[in-house]
Design a protein around this ligand. Structure first.
Ligand code: ATP
Ligand code: ZN
Ligand code: ZN
Length: 794
């Protein structure tokens, strides 16, 4: 038999990013070793076993003499297809990451963590084999002989077995207590129970229905308000037995009402036609409430009819349950949903459905861009301007760029959609790199809501509660009277509540980082959001011992209380990080608001995508906080936020209106957002970006260096500059080293260098060289990060 070699990327991120190592494939594994599987191979001086991905195989090797043999295979079928293997190379190059971390990122978490590989016998005769020994499934460990590994691959190719991965995932299997029916005549029992023991009678009455075999404690408590003491007593009386059982959790278990395609408006139809005929990526710029979602859905439908698949990205999905419901409502079980709210096991289940081609539509947040869909017809990125599409940790990829790469690979339609496109995308639309498709009107031609700017510097506008102005309070009152709903936004970007001593001005600081500690009133402590440092709230100043402390800043809780005092009968729903930690809480709160709420008060998470027909008033409590952030995108982000949230008002029959409270009523981003004039904002902001040489005129790379000693960090930063500067072309710039606004985090000092470039291969080569040296720097206590397409410079 001819020799077979495998080219393997090993899990040792010290080597050159694109460097594969050749390994000999043992004869027994010739069928098993194919591109896209993981293998265990000996590596380095100690020849310890490390994990690797097989990228290619070949019959010859220029390293034949040194090559070691693959020890065993970790997968019996590819976990990454050829497209994703290809993508990993581009991704490593583009985002200055090691190839291995790109490959790992594409796999669901389960496959990076501890899991069992399980073989399930599909063929009854196989069950009787010595291997399965009468069982129908078997856990495969890593110590299988080569012959066994070979046998498994053959069985799999013959469809005699299927393989699955399983985590010990507590979130997936929940243990629940059940009350079990006993061998009793419950009707008779009921006659013996005192009529005053209401709950006990209720419990027994339930079991008078002979079909009820068991019922969970949770259900008894939540649905029937029968508590533990009643249950325990019943068990002690031997009326029932109790038993613990494992319940499988299904993330999509909630019933979804089926929807059908709406008749498109002329504008929507025109957009749809342009999209499916487009020869390049489409930027769908549609004002808030213009019905972009319906256009997405019908585009998806169009491609499904051709037997193709669709991928739709939305910003962190738990924030837009409405969107998920719409997609599932339209395409039902053809949809897989991937988001961070799922447990590892649930995520793997969704991923397997995609892999097995059981679903044709995937909806998900950022990392869903790697979903292993084949035969893609369309990729959609909703709210394409969202900075959360950029991953800030290794590999620092931008999902939009990855989507565009996949679009080219599949030669499929890509839609970037937004009411407020990023300047980058809009500029490309202008230049014809993307096809610009616009929806300038709302669906039923409703007006965009008029926006009033409330100047908070004018005392006549203020109420006793300093946060809420008279015009806004009046409008809320009127809305309550009319039984219409209100959304209030508390902008928390760049905003923290801290303790201030009114005597000496002292503000408690984190001992490890250069930041003030944030007040968490509910937990009674001060917290550092950068390193997690915590201590109890003090009631005396550390510096001057004064007790005159002010807890500055405005929290959602405080405003909720103020509102409740003013409007005692109003049903207020608060949505912020505190009220949405539990799984499914977003959905629950939004549903509550939809059915019975008067006021939805929340942070950024309520600004986008919500579509409630009865919302006629939107109030922005503090428009300014984001403006104080020292970043070239701060205007853009303020404009986007205000436009998006204003767009929640008056989306249906009733007209809407908006109040924006601000201390900067002359700020252009605020004024133009109030006019909902994207076009003018775009032009002005482009001028600024041009003058200051920012994106989209230049690309940005941010290099960050840190060390425990400030002087060391600074010295390294200068070193890097010395390496990079010579490769820059005219007009390209290098800024720094500067200390970021928070110069010290977790006892490490940070410096950053900003590189503004246009098109420069040499720069990429130089930075990849730097990346390869990073490992040796790390040994000396340095951390170096290279961030391409950095979204924030702070
Ligand atoms: N063709 C149509 N006929 C009737 N109603 C429609 C049609 N298209 C969309 N709608 C309705 O119009 C409303 C607004 O649509 P949608 O939420 O998709 O807007 P959008 O463009 O995504 O806005 P935003 O950017 O503000 O999220 C929704 O309630 C939707 O059901
Ligand atoms: Zn800290
Ligand atoms: Zn003091």
């Amino acid at each position: 038999m001819a020799n077979l070699y495998a080219q393997v990327i090993v899990d040792v991120p010290t080597q050159q990013t694109d460097h594969t190592f050749d390994y000999i494939v043992p004869d027994a594994l010739v069928q098993a070793v194919v591109p896209g599987i993981r293998v265990a191979v000996p590596f380095g001086r100690g020849q310890r076993l490390v994990q690797g991905f097989v990228i290619t195989t070949s019959n010859t090797s220029s390293f034949a003499k040194q090559a070691k043999a693959i020890d065993h295979v970790l997968d019996f079928a590819p976990v990454l297809n050829t497209e994703l293997l290809d993508l990993s190379r581009w991704l490593a190059y583009q985002s200055f990451a090691f190839r291995i971390s790109c490959l790992q990122t594409m796999l669901p978490n389960v496959m990076r963590a501890k899991y069992h590989k399980i073989a399930v016998a599909q063929d009854p005769t196989l069950q009787k084999s010595t291997f399965f020994n009468g069982q129908n499934q078997l856990i495969l460990d890593d110590k299988l002989s080569l012959a066994t590994q070979r046998q498994i691959v053959i069985w799999q190719k013959e469809n005699k077995i299927t393989l699955k991965y399983q985590v010990q995932d507590q979130a997936k299997h929940v243990q629940q207590w059940f009350l079990m029916r006993a061998d009793l005549d419950y009707a008779e029992l009921l006659t013996t129970i005192n009529t005053r023991a209401k709950r006990q009678r209720q419990l027994i009455e339930l079991f008078c229905n002979p079909t009820l075999k068991k019922i969970s404690f949770t259900k008894l408590q939540q649905q029937y308000h029968i508590d533990r003491s009643v249950i325990n007593k019943a068990v002690n009386n031997h009326w029932f037995t109790k038993k613990q059982e494992i319940v499988l959790r299904n993330p999509n278990s909630e019933p979804i009402s089926k929807t059908t395609a709406k008749k498109l408006t002329a504008e929507q139809d025109n957009a749809l036609q342009q999209i499916i005929n487009a020869k390049k990526p489409v930027l769908l710029e549609g004002v808030t409430g213009s019905g972009k979602t319906e256009v997405y859905l019908q585009t998806i439908e169009h491609y499904l009819k051709q037997g193709k698949t669709a991928l739709m990205l939305v910003p962190e999905i738990s924030l837009t349950p409405q969107m998920v419901e719409q997609v599932r409502g339209r395409f039902g079980s053809a949809v897989a949903v991937l988001h961070s709210g799922l447990s590892k096991g649930e995520r793997y289940d969704e991923w397997s459905k995609i892999e097995a081609k059981q679903v044709q539509v995937v909806v998900g947040a950022r990392s869903a861009v790697f979903a292993p869909l084949t035969n893609l017809g369309v990729i959609i990125i909703d709210e394409e301007h969202e900075t959360s599409y950029k991953q800030n940790d290794n590999p620092r990829y931008h999902a939009r760029s990855v989507a565009l790469w996949r679009g080219r690979y599949h030669n499929c339609t890509v839609i970037l959609g937004s009411a407020t496109p990023s300047l980058e995308s809009r500029a490309r639309g202008q230049k014809g790199v993307y096809q610009l498709v616009q929806l300038p009107h709302r669906v039923a031609n409703q007006e965009l809501p008029p926006v009033e700017i409330v100047d908070m510097r004018q005392s006549e506008n203020l109420t006793e509660q300093l946060e809420l102005s008279k015009p806004l309070v009046k409008a809320i009152a009127l809305n309550l009277e009319n039984k219409e709903q209100t959304i209030l936004l508390l902008n928390r970007r760049g905003f923290a509540s801290f303790v201030l001593c009114r005597q000496c001005g002292f503000v408690p600081q984190c001992p490890n980082c250069d930041v003030s500690l944030t007040v968490h009133l509910q937990q009674h402590n001060l917290v550092c959001h950068y390193c997690g440092f915590k201590r109890a709230i003090e009631h005396q100043c550390r510096q001057c011992k004064s007790t005159k402390l002010r807890y500055s800043g405005t929290g959602t809780q405080k405003i909720e209380q103020q509102l409740q005092q003013m409007f005692t009968d109003a049903k207020i729903i608060r949505m912020d990080n505190d009220t949405t930690t539990k799984k499914g809480s977003h959905q629950r709160l939004l549903r509550q608001f939809a059915t019975q709420g008067d006021i939805l008060l929340g942070t950024q998470m309520i600004a986008k995508g919500l579509d409630f027909p009865n919302v006629t008033l939107v109030g922005v409590i503090n428009a300014d906080t984001g403006l104080n952030v020292n970043d070239f995108r701060s205007s853009e982000q303020t404009f986007q936020l205000l436009t998006q949230v204003s767009g929640r008002a008056g989306r249906s029959q009733k007209a809407g209106r908006v109040f924006i409270q601000t201390y900067n009523p002359d700020n252009a981003a605020i004024i133009l957002a109030a006019q909902q004039n994207y076009e003018l904002f775009y032009q002005r902001e482009m001028q600024f970006r041009h003058q200051a040489a920012y994106p989209p005129y230049f690309y940005l790379i941010k290099v960050t260096v840190s060390h425990r000693y400030q002087a060391q960090a600074l010295k390294m930063a200068y070193n890097i500059i010395k390496q990079i500067k010579p490769v820059l072309k005219t007009r390209e710039q290098l800024l720094g080293p500067t200390q970021p606004p928070i110069g010290r985090i977790k006892q490490r000092y940070y410096y950053q260098i900003i590189i503004k470039y246009r098109q420069n291969e040499q720069l990429f080569t130089a930075l990849h060289q730097l990346l390869n040296e990073v490992q040796s720097y790390q040994k000396r206590g340095f951390l170096v990060a290279i961030d391409n397409e950095a979204q924030q410079l702070e």
